[in-house]
Design a binder for this molecule. Sequence first.
Ligand SMILES: Cc1cc2nc3c(=O)[nH]c(=O)nc-3n(C[C@H](O)[C@H](O)[C@H](O)COP(=O)(O)OP(=O)(O)OC[C@H]3O[C@@H](n4cnc5c(N)ncnc54)[C@H](O)[C@@H]3O)c2cc1C
Length: 508
Amino acid sequence: MLDAVSTHPFQHIAIVGGGTAGWMTANLLAQRWQSHGIKISLIESADIGIIGVGEGSTPFLRQFFHQLDIPESVWMPACNATYKCGIRFPNWSSVPGYEEYVHPFFNQQDLLTGNEFFTNACLRRRGTDADANPQDFFIAAELARQRKAPLYLPRPVHLETPATDYAYHFDAGLLGQFLKNHAKKLGVLHQIAAVAQVRRHENGDIAQLIMHSGATVNADLFVDCSGFKGLLINEVLGEPFIPYKENLLNDRAIALPTALDSDELPSETVSTALRHGWAWQIPLTNRYGNGYVYASDFVTAEQAEQELRQHLGAAAHNQEARHLKMRVGRIEQHWRNNCLAIGLSQGFIEPLEATALMLIQFSVVNFIAMIEQADFGRSRQAQFNQRINQMFEGVRDYVVAHYQLNTRNDSDYWRANRAHKNISDRLASILEVWDQGGDFEAELTRHGDALMYQRPSWYCILAGMGRFPAKLQTAMGREKAISKVQARAATAEIAKHFYAHRGYLNRM
Ligand SMILES: Cc1cc2nc3c(=O)[nH]c(=O)nc-3n(C[C@H](O)[C@H](O)[C@H](O)COP(=O)(O)OP(=O)(O)OC[C@H]3O[C@@H](n4cnc5c(N)ncnc54)[C@H](O)[C@@H]3O)c2cc1C
């Protein structure tokens, strides 16, 4: 552990970019190191905007705010934030009974019905006529159906409140503002300026940023949060970008907000498969964030916008659509020389599981941990890069699985997504073991933490998409399985003990 500025390898850290990545990084570094006398500056251009999307999180964002000691009652109202119980996936599958499913966040009290789900999924995979759609078995799915918050009503003092896992939705612009104000309170220096040129030392390290105004910034560590362009890491240091194009076909998005349609606020993200991609719907306290992620090889921007508008119906009339390009893939060395790339500059996996902020958080937290280890050197850098790449690959495999498992037949896009075999050995092996009736538990255990998504998530996606291989179907009856009606009744009973979503947020 570092305890004095003299032991710290950095005196001045300069962050380039004031998007969510820049401000998340600034907060985490300042919270940890400002008291050591380390100077932290953030430089952002007034003219180059932020991407301005990214409105859903994973549960790990709770740890981020916890680490910064910022309660939900402070940051959530400031960002029009809502609770997220999970993600619903309509229309990815055409298997009867599995036309939509939920990837829920988990609750301690899921143990009962959740275990029944795993049992049923295994039975169904082998041919027993068991209900195995996760949306019928998990409390989070029931909460979302009832538009409740993932928060228990007060319990009698002698009863412990069971733990629930949940995530958030928020306005990306407001979150950036909030994080900016907080970072400045922690002592981060904010400079509005555009980097025009970069000077390097002989060993290749970055020495100095030169602004358009001629002003200069010297630092020991430069954090590249400049977005998709990767100003420092790609353009200056020449780190190559590794596209995931072979695995993930989507490369464009359209964002289009609409008004809320009900007083009862939804508490889940909905990711609906359309003809050439999928449309997100994210509820905030004052509007929906909507968008369409699609592949430009299969549809034009105009057609895609038309498709999205049709999907949204009258709510989209007179609403402006914003078209975005996505650079999907990653770099190999996220920390190279004295430059650390964080956010879209280090890579991006399309937003299907809303993982980008989680990867930002993991990258910064891992970086801090590496620096705080006693023997700081090049091998630390290699270890760090390996760890971050493993995270990216883990998330990528789970996202790719959605496309591989789709059973839509309405376009070349979905057929191509299913047919291509450009998947990692690990994902190929997971699907093979499931399909061949092998020991699936052992297969998941074999891959361990490298998976990023663990056992419940794999069962949810495989069973949720209705992936029950025909050759394993031996029609064994239904004796051991509990029905979805029983499971839903049990989760509904538990859901009675939760707050209504809108009511809870209003009181907050
Ligand atoms: C369609 C879409 C949907 C998404 N949905 C989600 C989601 O649901 N959940 C999630 O976690 N993530 C999501 N993301 C990702 C998320 O939006 C980003 O990870 C996040 O916003 C971080 O972006 P950033 O800060 O890296 O880049 P940006 O927001 O692009 O910020 C770049 C910054 O760099 C500055 N800059 C650039 N060049 C210079 C220069 N020369 N000098 C000075 N400053 C400069 C700019 O001014 C800007 O401040 C989504 C992304 C897309 C494209």
